[in-house]
Design a protein around this ligand. Structure first.
Ligand code: ASP
Length: 289
């Protein structure tokens, strides 16, 4: 029998963490989803498909500011962003300000597979999703159950993401978000921007969470890749460096990352980041602070 290579998976439920709040429900859910992702990788599913399955579960949970748990923007509309990238092919798909669809990450994947474009926004993204028969939300008021409310800070965050290494040694990353809470209509964050909030190549895969404006200005996810590729940094050192750059600009948040050698990283400069790690050994770790 062919030897199976070690796989790895990391997921996050956002860098918005409030001191003294219990995150039991989120951690239990993250562990369950991590178990499922681990089994799918063991069955030989590709890193890209595992990332999509995991992110769909996170979108569906209503526990994070993504999918069902998203909050409306300032004009009361649920505008969602999502992106995914496959490392060895560097193929990517992304949607921004998408209104009316249950799984933005599935729309992004369908785009990546069926059309030559990388990114569609707003009405164009929705028209594509309709054409493809993607699952719609017909009654947003009853479907969405905002997982977070503005807490007096100007913006609060809670995106979801996943990075994976599969048995073939391929990497992928996926990120999905309702964006920052109380955002203006039309605002797009880092999550759907390839290189800012989401990135995968043949060496590493990264998904970010935090105040997207700073991650965009730092091209944060691609910065991790560059530190590894050109600077020879380890994955951990690269993530620390990239988050440090975001911090210098004034932003905080977190990153999950995986490398082809099975290194896994989950780091943050915010108060916490809801996360689950499936190590190549199979051990699963969850945490917030
Ligand atoms: N990065 C996301 C955004 O700015 C928010 C988050 O991570 O929760 O849209």
């Amino acid at each position: 029998m062919a030897e199976t290579r070690p796989t790895a998976l990391v997921l996050h439920g956002g860098a918005s963490v409030v001191a003294d709040k219990s995150y039991e429900a989120e951690l239990t859910h993250l562990r369950e989803v991590a178990e499922k992702g681990k089994s799918l990788l063991a069955e030989g599913m590709s890193a890209l498909d595992v990332c999509v399955e995991v992110v769909k579960d996170l979108e569906e949970a209503g526990l994070y500011v993504a999918g069902k748990g998203s909050s409306p923007n300032q004009v009361g509309r649920y505008e969602l962003d999502a992106a995914l990238m496959e490392g060895h092919t560097r193929k990517a798909g992304s949607v921004a300000s998408l209104v009316g669809y249950r799984h933005p990450i599935a729309v992004a994947q369908r785009m990546m597979i069926t059309i030559p474009h990388v990114m569609l926004v707003g009405e164009g993204a929705a028209a594509f999703a309709k054409e493809q028969g993607m699952e719609e939300i017909t009654d947003p008021e009853s479907y969405y159950t905002p997982a977070a409310v503005p807490d007096g800070r100007e913006i609060a965050v809670g995106t979801v993401g996943c990075v994976a290494l599969d048995q073939a040694g391929h990497l992928a990353a996926a990120t999905s978000t309702g964006g920052t809470i109380n955002k203006r209509w039309g605002r797009v964050g880092d999550s759907p921007l390839i290189g800012a909030g989401t990135w995968a190549d043949s060496r590493i895969a990264v998904s970010c969470t935090g105040q997207g404006e700073y991650f965009i200005r730092a091209v944060a996810a691609a910065d991790v890749a560059a530190r590894v590729a050109y600077g020879g940094a380890s994955l951990d050192v690269a993530v620390i460096g990239a988050l440090g750059d975001v911090k210098r600009l004034g932003g905080d948040g977190g990153m999950i990352a995986v490398a082809r050698d099975g290194s896994v990283v989950a780091r943050f400069t915010s108060q916490g980041m809801k996360r689950a790690i499936v190590h190549p050994s199979g051990k699963i770790e969850v945490g917030v602070a």
